[in-house]
Design a protein around this ligand. Sequence first.
Ligand code: EPU
Length: 435
Amino acid sequence: MDSFLIRGGTRLKGRIEISGSKNSALPIMAACLLADGKTTLKGVPRLSDIDSMCKLIGELGCHVYRHEPTDRVNPDLPPLNGPLDIEVTDEKMCEARYDIVKTMRASICVLGPLLAKRGKAIVSIPGGCAIGDRPVDLHVRGLQKLGAEFRTENGNIVGEIRGRLKGCRLYLGGAQGPTVLGTINVICAAALAEGETVLVGAACEPEVVDCAELLIKMGAKIKGHGTPEIRIEGVDKLTGAEHRIIPDRIECGTFLIAAALTNGELELKNCNLDHLIAVVDRLEDVGVKISRDNGTIFVSSARRLNTVEMTTQPYPGFPTDLQAQLMALLCLADGMSVITERIFPDRFLHVGELNRMGARVRKEGPTAIIQGVKEMQGASVMASDLRASAALVLAGLVARGQTRIDRVYHIDRGYEKIEQKLAAVGAEIERVKEK
Ligand code: EPU
């Protein structure tokens, strides 16, 4: 278990390249189970969650091959990740084992593709995790409406279909709104179902759109992705295609906040600011200056940070995956801010650790009240989940003295080379390898 040592107080300045989106790449890799022939994915980040998904689809009969990195025109920049080829070579296996599912909840994404293509799926039931309960009832309900039958057996969801899935009109919303991976599971299954599926209450996240775009390249007939009502006309067969994964909006948002916290000036390459409209809205209210030129974002910030109120919401609202990082910023704002978490109401493990660094955050149910302080101090803290850990890195960048973050494998799940990217723009951060 590696740690990060961060010496706070340096101003970040320079250029950072945003990686491809983890949350887009994971379900897209699972969607490759639907296709005949080879799919080539570009922009897949190098992360431990991606390695887990490679292992999972490998066990499910896919040949997965990562090409060598390609050199860039600009020799000052590191080489680009090589594309990832995925081709199904054996369709016998239908099981996602507990060993893999427990390390990566996105394993649930194989449920829809396996049912639609192989007629059977056994997926270990993902338990709760650090950010709260993570039920999969909506995934199951959506697939049931398409004709799949489910039972629970020894901790597994076992799904089977007789003949072929049948399209229908179905509603997929839940108590906390739409489900991102549930929407993708149903789209994948409906793509090979008989007849038309109308999915009402669908998630509108860019990651859903990205997956639908790949499926369309494979031959699927999908309309309305990116809106709450998606229409899918089932086809008999999908064929491998080539696709570039969208930039990671959460990584981009994290670096926007890093610039704001350190009073820095960053140029972020390979981003889509349209995917961050609610984040930009909140950050501008805090006093952060953000402008764009094609795919590059320029961010700088005033010394004085204003307070804001923010509630996490489904897309296009403020993403839950940036809640912890925004909190780290607001810890240093001039007064009291309020954050309400509506997607995962228990996603507040960072609060205690930020307070250990001198922040003043009080939690009341799904709401956190943040009283800004003049400065935070370095401390030894523990990474608990991916985004909470990112918030600790951000706080460490600006805290007085040294911060040690243990268990950074949580960060490695979702941020590609974060310490290298930050060090390249002036941060004093190093990885201490486990002995
Ligand atoms: N929900 C249900 N039943 C379900 C599914 C979801 O009640 O069957 C509830 C959840 O408990 C939650 C809400 O619906 O309250 C939304 O959850 P959603 O299903 O949208 O989450 P997810 O698809 O499992 C993805 C991302 C998460 C991100 C959420 C919300 C991936 C691999 N994961 O999860 O990313 O927080 O959408 O945007 O794409 C992260 O990257 O750190 C991360 C946790």
